[in-house]
Design a protein around this ligand. Structure first.
Ligand code: SAH
Ligand code: SF4
Ligand code: F3S
Length: 442
């Protein structure tokens, strides 16, 4: 009998990529391949890549060099590159540096068994064709999460917003939504397997739309259906684009206790001039109006964001506008980045990357410092409050404690109780650090 070939997969980038790796593993196991978490026993190494910033690509290139050193010891080792770097780097990586045997883009994963057999017969294999309708709706992902409590479900693929700095429309292609019934069924299946939290994923979930007969299901309706699978199943989602997060959606979240009270609403900049150059299609004032709506409709809702420092033509005043908006919103959490020019974007083609590196760094530093202050304030306000926490596992720092999250997505640590991962407990917050709430079960 032929030995089963084992695949080791490493994932970079966003939650969408993690979710894609689960689809890849599912396709490969259907195709007769095994999986390993030990790189040294792998016959095939896949790296699922991200292109969002230059340093994301750099990390992958370094890793590929390491994989190549493994191949020196094991010449039959197959090395494949998946994901967002596939199309942009295939020529360089396949031909010039001879690092790779296989390249597959985000819409080509069904083709992987075929591509691997091509490699088996001594050829290099490439498929980076983007699709207008692939959603992998019929594929049951093999869950790679550690805790079996919380899982991702991709509900859309691609993006057509063309924010001028962003590479995603070129790496992931046209926006398309996945069959609503398949999303609900996957949620139910996960619940039956013991999962208690799903995160619905898309680059802009607010533009989700699925037509079924005469009915059009928008994101608010999809969310409602997923919430109705079971009141014990928590539901999160990412990402919301500020230009089209609707009151209907906010009211839906307010109505269901299992729809988590946290919204990730990337602002990118607080300056109208920057927002226009970024092609974000909203103004500072419109963004503030949406924040007011969230506060009005969902009291106690956490709000997080993404911010880019030092985008093209950004002045000190534009930067101050970002800081003042952050302060006004009082974000609970933020992901903060220096602008990194990406090939095949509107900004790379039409705008100069003209903020000096040291200035970008200085501004990013100020943004991070301010956010630390805001996160601290947010945690301080939670002291004394009691939250329902979904237990996820044993704290890495102390065996005697569990950790979990509250509805607002904050990590809560507390002494172990009888009910383990997957159960709900009420925890009263007694102390906090900048990243964690600590308390006791009540
Ligand atoms: N679809 C999501 C985010 C996708 S990328 C949205 O629209 O919000 C995640 C974050 O990476 C972005 O929100 C942005 O803040 C950051 N980002 C994207 N391109 C970048 C670039 N070229 N340089 C620096 N940060 C970038
Ligand atoms: Fe990129 Fe904008 Fe699409 Fe987000 S919405 S993935 S930032 S183009
Ligand atoms: Fe995600 Fe990176 Fe691609 S952020 S969509 S893996 S470019």
């Amino acid at each position: 009998m032929k030995n089963i070939q084992k695949v080791y997969i490493e994932t970079y980038g966003c939650q969408m990529n993690l979710s894609d790796s689960e689809i890849v593993v599912s396709i490969l196991s259907e195709g007769g391949y095994g999986r390993t978490e030990d790189i040294n026993s792998a016959d095939i190494i896949f790296v699922n890549t991200c292109s969002i910033r230059e340093n994301a690509e750099e990390r992958v290139r370094k890793r590929l060099q390491f994989f190549r050193s493994l191949r020196k010891k094991k010449p039959e080792l197959v090395i494949g590159l998946l994901g967002c770097m596939a199309d942009r780097t295939r020529a360089a990586l396949m031909d010039e540096e001879k690092l790779l045997d296989l390249v597959a883009g985000p819409d080509a994963y069904r083709d992987l068994p075929q591509l691997l057999s091509q490699v088996g017969s001594g050829q290099k294999a490439i498929n980076t064709i983007l699709s207008a309708d692939e959603t992998y709706a019929d594929i049951t992902p093999v869950r790679l999460d550690a805790n079996h409590v919380s899982a991702f479900i991709s509900i859309m693929r691609g993006c057509e917003n063309y924010c001028s700095y962003c590479v995603v429309p070129s790496t992931r292609g046209q926006e398309r939504s996945r069959d609503a019934a398949s999303v609900v069924n996957e949620t139910r299946d996960l619940f039956e397997k013991g999962y208690r939290e799903v995160t619905l994923l898309g680059q802009n979930v607010n533009s989700y739309e699925w037509k079924s007969g005469d009915e059009t299901i928008n994101f608010a309706r999809l969310l409602e259906r997923v919430a109705q699978v079971d009141p014990l199943m928590r539901v999160r989602f990412a990402t919301s684009h500020p230009k089209d997060i609707s009151d209907e959606l906010l009211h839906t979240i307010a109505r269901h206790t299992n729809l988590c009270k946290t919204i990730h609403l990337p602002v990118q900049s607080g300056s109208n001039r920057m927002l226009d150059l970024m092609n974000r299609k909203y103004t500072r004032e419109q963004y503030m109006e949406r924040i007011d709506a969230i506060r009005r409709i969902i009291p106690g809702c956490a709000i997080s964001t993404d911010i880019i420092a030092g985008f093209c033509h950004e002045t000190e005043q534009d930067h101050r506008d970002t800081l003042s908006l952050m302060e006004w919103v009082g974000y609970d959490y933020a992901y903060m980045f220096k602008y990194s020019e990406r090939p095949q974007t509107l900004a790379a083609d039409t705008l100069p990357d003209n903020v000096p590196g040291t200035v970008k760094e200085q501004r990013l530093r100020e943004i991070i410092d301010l956010q630390q202050k805001l996160s601290y304030q947010s945690n301080r306000q939670d002291t004394g409050k009691t939250f329902e926490v979904l237990v996820e596992g044993v704290s890495k720092r102390a065996e005697t404690r569990y950790y979990g999250r509250n509805s607002q997505n904050k990590v809560v640590v507390f002494p172990k109780t009888g009910s383990g991962p997957g159960s709900y407990v009420h925890v009263q917050v007694e102390r906090f650090t900048s990243a964690t709430l600590l308390g006791k079960v009540v």
